[in-house]
Write a protein that binds this ligand. Structure first.
Ligand code: I3S
Length: 120
């Protein structure tokens, strides 16, 4: 069963345009810099690309193992539909998109992923 779950995490895939910004690193706040990125979920990692055609170089990669993702509280941002992502090594990001269904889909993906990661 573990193998199956690992396999399923590896094969959870999603891609789309999102706005993202880092908000803190090692508990220290950093200045927000919202940028639009082509975000790809594959193999249990999230990769942020400048655009769908850009190559792997320059893309930032986030390991989702041990990461938590939740809806951001209102004090985190004035934007709507904001998810808060904290990596295992204490880097905090916000991801956001004005179209609610797009963010809800990412959130749904996160729930699937968490359910699987719990069983690994
Ligand atoms: O949480 P903050 O610091 O109010 O975030 C806003 C700022 O980062 C702002 O840029 P300046 O650093 O030039 O003030 C951004 O333009 C805003 O988008 C940030 O707030 P939101 O509420 O959009 O996350």
């Amino acid at each position: 069963l573990k193998h199956l779950h690992r396999y399923q995490v590896q094969n959870l895939e999603k891609a789309g345009i999102l706005n993202k910004t880092k908000v803190s690193e090692n508990g220290k706040k950093v200045r927000k810099n919202w940028t639009q990125t082509w975000t790809v979920l594959h193999g249990g990692v999230l990769t942020f690309h400048k655009d769908p055609k850009s190559t792997a170089t320059g893309a930032s990669v986030l390991d989702l193992k041990g990461a938590t993702i939740c809806w951001a509280t209102k004090d985190k941002s004035s934007k709507k539909n904001v998810l808060e992502l904290k990596t295992k090594n204490a880097v905090e990001f916000l991801i956001q998109y004005d179209t609610e269904s797009i963010i809800v889909d990412w959130h749904r993906q996160k729930i699937k992923m968490e359910a699987l990661l719990e069983n690994i």
